[in-house]
Design a protein around this ligand. Structure first.
Ligand SMILES: [Zn+2]
Length: 213
């Protein structure tokens, strides 16, 4: 269950007691990149949202790449295999950095290369299955075990990178942010006005006040 409404204009949501970044990207692969904040800063430990395997599985469910039943099943499986789950967590964070670089510069073959291997593996596992809207869709089978969330994210990243929309992706200039989003109308600057936009306005206001005194 998503507690989004009660939290109002914050930049996170709470799903089953887990804090997740609000979907502002316009595509699950961009929301995946946005599970880290502070892309421009050298390091920002506070900006890491993917703190456990459970968060990775929950996140994949939240962005509608995994069914709720699979999320629950994977969270239980992670408890039985903590080492395997920790390895997937590390691999997911590493893959996120690669996706972030490639989305930022999709015409650079050197940046696409590191995304290819996992995307290729995901494509090799994917099956065409009937989707809920009457159309078929690519699905990663349960037999992929704990890697299932990482593989669905890899498929989604390949889809984003090959979509014409990748040319419309911008990243938020807010400090400790850098969240990515599709700017279809070419007018958006911030990930969300309520998070970074307002913060920047408040900062500019207090700087003006200081300059006056
Ligand atoms: Zn921002």
């Amino acid at each position: 269950m998503t507690d989004q409404d009660t939290i109002g204009d914050m930049h996170w949501v709470v799903v089953e007691g887990i804090y997740l970044p609000k979907r502002v990207g316009g595509h699950p692969a961009l929301d995946f990149c946005n599970t880290y904040a502070g892309w421009r800063e050298r390091s920002n430990p506070r900006g890491e949202w993917l703190r456990s395997y459970e968060v990775v599985a929950r996140f994949a469910g939240y962005v509608e790449l995994l069914e709720e039943t699979d999320v629950r099943r994977l969270c239980r499986a992670a408890l039985r295999d903590p080492e395997g789950a920790a390895a997937v967590l590390v691999a997911t964070r590493r893959f996120r950095t690669r996706v972030h670089s490639a989305v930022g510069e999709p015409s650079d073959a050197r940046l696409l290369g590191p995304v290819t291997r996992l995307a290729q593996r995901a494509a090799g596992e994917a099956r065409l299955r009937p989707g809920p809207d009457g159309a078929a869709r690519w699905e990663i089978p349960r037999s992929t075990g704990l890697e299932m969330p990482l593989l669905v994210l890899a498929l989604s990243a390949a889809e984003m990178l090959t979509s014409p929309e990748v040319r419309l992706v911008k990243s938020c200039p807010g400090s400790e942010c850098g969240w990515m989003f599709i700017d279809s109308r070419g007018r958006r600057r911030w990930c969300s006005m309520s998070a970074c936009g307002n913060r920047a306005k408040v900062r500019a206001f207090s700087e003006r006040q200081r300059a006056r005194t």
